[in-house]
Write a protein that binds this ligand. Structure first.
Ligand code: ATR
Length: 272
């Protein structure tokens, strides 16, 4: 029987993960299968345990189950513990290892694929939900000059400041709080793009930005990226590269083999 993996979520049919992991498996000659697994909103744990009992080796976890996966894991990596969210489960004997590869996926996409080093840079991270929380530590580990966290509800940004300020130079506020500052890299980790909305950012903030990055990917243009480009951002990128890079890290955790990401990113882009 082939080793079996899946992405679990609700909804999940739109997920690109089966395509990505199948491409990785072919490229690296791994005998495995990878499918999409829909879990009822109140049935995450039961669906995981059933998959495991049928011999499943590992899962990617997507919306809305990353917190439940964090709670289900019997052992956590440091980065998953700090993010308080899990996107990768690995089943080993009686243990469920929980990891979070989102942050490293973002860092690799920016540094390796877009060739923009993060060290010494001034970064603005927009959003203070689960998506933002998962990438803060990996961003700080690259030693930016500043990581500013801006959120519509500033109290949530302040709570993240409290949680992470010992790991690097962070500041927190609402979007207007940073209006007069300049940033090299501006990352949208809000869920605004999901709803085709644009966070209310001052346009002037993009004047000196080398990169505006949206962690979402979708077929239609993303309002945030369009706005950033119009107001001076030199380069824009959506979350396709991050998606493939986080998948590659999960693949490595499961198979101990590192796939090449560039051809898979190119393939996904050609499908959009
Ligand atoms: P996720 O896990 O995707 O981060 P979440 O935890 O619900 O989802 O967080 C959503 C984030 O997007 C929050 O930072 C939210 O801002 P608030 O904390 O003020 O609610 C942000 N967000 C969603 N829609 C937005 C919009 N139209 N403009 C600005 N921020 C928005």
């Amino acid at each position: 029987m082939l080793d079996s993996y899946a992405v679990i979520g609700n909804p999940v049919s739109h997920s690109k993960s089966p395509l990505i992991h199948t491409a990785f498996a072919q490229q690296t000659n791994q005998a495995m299968q990878y499918v999409a697994l829909l879990a009822p909103l109140d049935g995450f744990e039961a669906t995981v345990q059933d998959f495991r009992q049928r011999g499943g080796k590992g899962l990617n976890v997507t919306v809305p189950f990353k917190l439940e996966a964090y709670q289900l894991a019997t052992r956590l990596t440091e980065r998953a513990g700090i993010a308080q969210a899990v996107n990768t489960l690995k089943f080993e004997n009686d243990e469920i290892l929980g990891d979070n590869t989102d942050g490293i996926g973002l860092v690799r996409d920016i540094e390796c694929n877009l060739a923009i080093p993060l060290a010494g840079k001034r970064i603005l991270l927009m959003g203070a939900g689960g998506a933002a929380q998962g990438v803060i530590l990996p961003l700080l580990q690259q030693q930016p000059a500043l990581l500013a966290i801006a959120n519509r509800t500033p109290e949530k940004a302040a709570a993240l400041w409290k949680q992470f300020n010992t790991y690097g130079n962070i500041s927190a506020g609402d979007f207007l709080y940073f209006a007069d500052e300049h940033f090299d890299i501006i990352i949208n980790a809000t869920s605004a793009s999901l709803h085709n909305a644009l966070p209310e950012l001052p346009a002037s903030i993009f004047a000196q930005a080398a990169l505006a990055y949206d962690m979402m990917y979708r077929q239609e243009p993303i309002p945030f990226l369009k706005f950033a480009r119009q107001h001076g951002a030199q380069q824009i990128a959506d979350g396709i590269g991050m998606l493939v890079e986080q998948a590659a890290e999960s693949f490595f955790i499961w198979r101990n083999v590192r796939p090449q990401t560039k051809p898979v990113i190119a393939k996904l882009k050609s499908l959009v």
